[in-house]
Design a binder for this molecule. Sequence first.
Ligand code: ATP
Length: 434
Amino acid sequence: MTMAMAPLHPEKAPSPPPPALSGIPPDLPPAPANSLPPLPQPYVPPEDSAVRVAVRARPLIEKEIVEKCQECVSYSQDGRQIVIGKDRRFTFDYVFPPAVGQEDVYNDCVKPLVESCIAGYNATVLAYGQTGSGKTHTMGCGNNTSLLEEELGILPRAIRQLYESIEERSNQAEFLVKCAFVEIYNEEVKDLLHPDTPSKLISIREDANGDIILAGVKEEVVTNFDSMIRFLEHGSVFRTTGSTLMNEQSSRSHAIFTMIVEQRLIQDNAVATDCITAKFHLVDLAGSERAKRTGAVGLRFKESVTINCGLLALGNVISALGDERKRGHHVPYRESKLTRLLQDSLGGNSRTCMIACISTADTNFEETLNTLKYANRARNIQNKPVINRDPQAAQLNQLRQEVRVRSKIERPWADDGHCEFDTFILNYSPSYRL
Ligand SMILES: Nc1ncnc2c1ncn2[C@@H]1O[C@H](COP(=O)(O)OP(=O)(O)OP(=O)(O)O)[C@@H](O)[C@H]1O
């Protein structure tokens, strides 16, 4: 595939000075250089935690033009409002009319998320919408090889930006990038990069930090843009698709491509021991659909039922999180595999953007109205993104420092026999919380 790489910035930002350790008397040995590395740059303020919601309208497709469909939506000048029918008005963070291209959608919705992923925050982009509304086109998780630069969707652009940022920061941190690609099909998780892995060996769990992990899915270490694109293309081949009346190549599963970015900061030519890890989920949901319109029968009908169940469960989670009257109530993440997997992305530790894809054809009026209502509820969700610094590694580092400090003290025992070691820990434990 030929994709022109944007020029890298030659000048590299100087590393910020390490924060001062407070409370350490001057006669004690200095802290090891790598014990408290600076915050990664660019630093993104944590208060920016609301789920962002964008609406993207696709142009009428050939079939709709042949059927003489009319457009049933209009847009406000400020790029934030969309009106369906005569007067149903919705406001979103971004509204992209059909003429807006892939690059502009990417720059507004995803570019800041890749930057914050490099800074250590989890991120999620989620494409939602009726079948045939442009989710796969927007996400770019189909076949990218034959596409022109301007046709490239979010995934190849995000991978490119990720590696450009890593290149720019190569003197500030050591990076390890991995990827995983799964689909949820008929309520089973499949490893698209290792399709021989039986689904029953894959389970969704919470780790000790409360983060959602996919046990049994093998992550691949990826060293450059081309390799990651190859993994994306390879996994896409195994994704379940099928033809329906609404879309010749309809995605019958929810697909989640995840980039995992681990970094150890470099300070005074040494690599820090504590690790910052961020996960970026790029999600292409299966389309909401009415079996009557898609002509789904047999296997397609069964798929249709589980797709709609997953999306309904997602809607219930969005509703529980977004509706002020329901705040503090139980959030039904366990209703489906999809919602369980997206637990961090909605209401949890992630910066998240949902892109609601719509058709503007009047024949899709009902579906488009439903998509706008669904997306509108997601606007009220507040997430809790934090920089993911490995607390165990940091704690170990801190303890090592304390042991070093203690070994320098000749008489740690007070006259009354009381051990002052606890006092040292209190005095010499700078907070690692960010
Ligand atoms: N913004 C757009 N500009 C031009 N063509 C588009 C756009 N969005 C979608 N299309 C075209 O519309 C068709 C359906 O798009 P796509 O397959 O991405 O829909 P989908 O929402 O992923 O559907 P499904 O849920 O059935 O998988 C494709 O032929 C695609 O190329």
